[in-house]
Design a binder for this molecule. Structure first.
Ligand code: SAM
Length: 318
């Protein structure tokens, strides 16, 4: 792990606790994030859509692919649950790449997943389902999935401790979380807090290494590191924002390759001038109760309400 010493606060133990997981080199990540490994036709369409979304979509994509593939190298992953999935594009990309894994995409606002639902139905992706899930409601059943992800969700929830506990309770093996990063001073700055709320609906500016580690609790960390590094990530985002749809789609492979440079085993000192994100991959070791351990379950064993499937249609989807 590369270290930009010294990190404010108590970084040493974070670095010690979070050795870089082995097994995912940069070129392999670029290949996995650009070509997919299963239904490459679907993966290619989704990558075009990701490029057209701009903002941080390609960065989020490479980080989710990296975390998922890292988890796969660490242990069996047969089910994946994305909480607060939003448009769910990278999740669909992974589902196309891994037809052997069952994916469940959940949202508080199911309308946000409308495009993904229509596409996965149209493309007859049989390993994807959708559900409404509020992270503030407990996952009442046994852990729902091997790999549970939430990208830029916790900062939108006032009671993030409860949300993080519920997130972890949904997982039987791995949890991946990515949130905005900030320094302790930025976190306590009322002007930044107001801006984070009015511009993004964030209940807090972001997380320091310490506040993120605290909210994630005492689970083994396969990694805890920064992401969205400045100036490169912000520059890529700014360049993307000036491109037309056609230009972004045309340059998608190169742009994704550049975004993949953001996946680094690196913890920075200071705050948002150096990095705008922080991410963690946890290994979860729940005592798994037998299914009839005294809890009533009306949700098919998953702790959330599955959405009615959309009938298969055909359409001019690209
Ligand atoms: C910034 S978006 C991130 C979406 C997606 N993960 C991505 O990376 O593009 C935050 C998402 O969190 C969802 N969200 C907010 N509160 C939630 C809650 N209590 N439970 C589940 N999802 C929630 C919102 O509906 C929204 O889609």
């Amino acid at each position: 792990m590369v270290e930009d010493a010294p990190v404010q606060g108590a970084p040493e133990h974070l670095l010690e606790d979070a050795p870089a997981p082995a097994g995912l080199d940069h070129e392999r990540l670029v290949t996995l994030a650009t070509a997919g490994s299963g239904d490459q036709r679907v993966a290619a369409r989704i990558l075009k859509r990701l490029a057209r979304r701009r903002t941080w979509a390609l960065h989020r994509h490479v980080h989710l692919v990296a975390a998922f593939e890292t988890a796969l190298a660490e242990g069996p992953v047969e089910t994946m649950l994305s909480v607060g999935a939003g448009s769910g594009l990278s999740e669909l990309y992974l589902a196309a790449s891994h037809p052997e894994v069952q994916f469940t995409l959940t949202e508080l606002d199911e309308a946000r997943m409308a495009w993904a639902r229509e596409m996965s139905t149209c493309w007859e992706m049989e390993n994807v389902s959708y559900a409404v899930q509020d992270l503030l409601a407990p996952c009442e059943t046994d852990p729902a999935a091997d790999f549970v992800a939430s990208i830029e969700v916790l900062e939108h929830i006032d009671d993030d401790e409860t949300a993080a506990r519920n997130l972890i309770a949904c997982s039987r093996r791995f949890v991946f979380a990515l949130v905005p990063y900030c320094s302790a001073a930025e976190l306590d700055d009322p002007r930044r807090a107001r801006r984070a709320w009015s511009a993004h609906g964030h209940h807090r500016v972001g997380y320091t290494h310490e506040t993120f580690a605290a909210v994630l609790g005492d689970h083994e960390r396969l990694m805890l590191r920064n992401c969205y590094f400045n100036p490169e990530a912000a520059a890529l985002r700014a360049r993307l924002s000036e491109m037309s749809d056609e230009e972004a789609v045309e340059a998608r492979l190169e742009l994704t390759r550049e975004a993949a440079d953001d996946v680094q085993d690196r913890v920075v000192a200071g705050g948002t001038e150096q990095a705008q994100g922080i991410e963690a991959l946890l290994r979860i070791d729940h005592p798994i109760d037998p299914p009839d351990a005294g809890r009533s379950d009306t949700t098919g064993g998953r702790g959330f309400d599955p959405l009615t499937p959309i009938p298969t249609t055909t359409g001019p989807w690209s």
